[in-house]
Design a protein around this ligand. Structure first.
Ligand code: NDP
Length: 487
């Protein structure tokens, strides 16, 4: 098996296996080939990981913040040095084209480690003058944090959680998605090589129940999940029951609004990026593309022409820009929505079904698909598909399109294309979404907080905002005079 790791888990600074856990298989979606077999964590594995994290966290929290920052920045360099190797691994595990993983996965994980490494030494409290006496605040770590990842950006998600957690002096036990278990282990290796004390970052493999056992573990102070809304709801309930702090990065059905004065080529580029990058398996995708009636025909014409240029094929070939979907269940789900769109009466502009790649007959490939004349009440316009399926909806009035764009329980992201600067800001102000773009889409630099309104999440990742979710303030009152008492 071409991507078999040394062992399934990474605990206390070393690889470790568990005996008796369920088998967990990683498949290369382009061929259906098994690339690694791992074992899910048993109770003993979970106890070992949580105990290692508890002990490691004490050492780490006592390490000067500037030194913590140096370790994170060194790990960033190590990921960058190994970028190609890590990108190939991510492509094998997820099926995403190497053309993408070379720039968007370990590379963005490295940016995140570097950013929070730089912030580590700057995390200070405040002095509060009380007229003689005073108070001050200290920013302290939470303790052991649990990270649970989705399968679409495995190493990036692991870094987005680990980097701010570690910068603040916490330890982390991370559970990757069962579908993509491999690259988080490589992050653990890099952190150890960079000088992270044993036990500060641990990886345990498993299914949903493993995640649940980690959250309810008495040593866990916090959970950060990236996943679907139903899983987010279960995780929030469990965290609430045990009063654990919680951050949720969940799904979306985000609007991209293209006004009649927009630059059509740029708007088409954004719609392509917002729907077909990573074969559409991105939470913040702008899957409801509202296009002003005046430019609908021109927009659809260019969209169709340019979508015909997509190169489907072996994701390890750097010329390929559309790879397979991550798994057979995901393939079945996406195909069912392609079928549903046609039954619901949307106009199929292009795509609409499976795609065949001659050299890869067992690959989970689908055609990039565009539906036009989509109505708000259609299920393809209301439910997260998580595949390359774009819904184009018409509009001709700003108030109306805003009401329709906001007419969803999701609120992860939104975009607007217009050359009118006042309209751009007016529209953004009224969009109910946590991450918004003007005249572009889906750019998520580490410096910019990322997260959702409404059912798309709780809390923020990235930027200074993430620090709030991995630290707690201690307020200290300092009496400079005597102490009065009633008796
Ligand atoms: P899931 O919600 O199915 O799973 C997410 C993670 O949670 C997995 O590791 C899963 O384990 C674990 N899990 C499942 N059930 C439980 C439970 N009861 N308690 C604790 N952990 C549990 O999501 P997918 O992996 O299918 O990822 C796709 C979803 O993630 C989409 O909805 C997408 O929008 C969202 N997402 C959100 C992002 C954001 O930042 N907002 C970014 C990327 C994706 P296992 O895999 O073993 O089932």
């Amino acid at each position: 098996m071409r991507a078999q790791p040394t062992a399934s888990h990474y605990i206390n600074g070393a690889y470790e296996d568990s005996t008796g856990g369920a088998e967990l298989v990683s498949i290369y979606p382009a061929t259906g080939e098994t690339i690694a077999k791992l074992t899910a964590a048993t109770d003993t594995t979970i106890e070992a990981a949580m105990a290692a994290a508890e002990a490691g966290q004490k050492v780490w929290a006592a390490t000067p913040a500037a030194e913590r920052g140096r370790v994170l920045r060194k790990a960033a360099d190590l990921l960058r040095n190994k970028n190609r190797e890590l990108s190939v691994l991510e492509t094998l595990d997820t099926g995403k084209p190497l053309q993408e993983t070379l720039v968007a996965d370990a590379a963005s994980g490295a940016d995140c480690l570097e950013y929070f490494g730089n912030l580590a030494g700057t995390l200070t409290g405040e002095h509060i003058d009380l007229g003689g006496s005073f108070a001050f605040t200290k920013r302290e770590p939470l303790g052991v944090c649990v990270g649970i990842g989705a399968w679409n950006y495995p190493i990036q998600i692991a870094c987005w959680k680990a980097a701010p957690a570690l910068a603040c002096g916490n330890a982390m036990v991370f559970k990757p998605s069962e579908v993509t278990p491999l690259s988080a282990l490589k992050l653990a290796e890099a952190l150890t090589e960079a000088g992270l004390p044993a036990g500060v970052f641990n990886v345990v493999q498993g299914f949903g129940d493993t995640g649940a056992r980690l959250i309810s573990h008495p040593k866990a102070a916090k959970v950060s999940l990236t996943g679907s809304v139903p899983t987010g709801s279960r995780v929030a309930s469990l965290a609430g029951e045990h009063l654990k702090k919680v951050t949720l990065e969940l799904g979306g059905k985000s609007p991209l609004i293209v006004f009649e004065d927009a630059d059509i080529e740029n708007a088409v580029s954004a719609a392509i990026n917002a729907n077909f990058y990573s074969s559409g398996q991105i939470c913040s995708n702008g899957t409801r593309v509202f296009v002003h009636k005046k430019i609908k025909d021109a927009f659809l014409k260019r969209l169709k022409e340019r979508t015909a240029n997509a190169v489907l094929g072996d994701p390890l070939d750097e010329a390929v820009n559309i790879g397979p979907l991550v798994s057979r269940p995901q393939l079945d789900k996406v195909l069912s929505y392609m079928e549903l769109g046609q039954q619901e009466g949307a106009t199929l502009v292009c795509g609409g079904g499976m795609a065949s790649v001659d050299s890869l007959p067992d690959g989970t490939f689908v055609q990039p698909t565009v539906f036009a004349d989509v109505r708000d009440d259609m299920r393809i316009a209301r439910e997260e598909i998580f595949g390359p399926v774009m819904c184009v909806l018409d509009f001709d009035d700003e108030d109306d399109v805003l009401a329709r764009a906001n007419g969803t329980d999701f609120g992860l992201a939104a975009g607007v294309f217009t050359k009118d600067i006042q309209r751009a800001h007016r529209v953004i102000d009224r969009l109910e979404a946590g991450t918004c773009w003007i005249n572009t889409y889906n750019l998520t630099p580490i410096e910019m907080p990322f997260g959702g309104y409404k059912k798309s999440g709780i809390g923020r990742e990235n930027g200074h905002a993430a620090i709030e979710h991995y630290s707690q303030l201690k307020s200290v009152y300092v009496e400079m005079g005597g102490v009065e008492a009633a008796f």
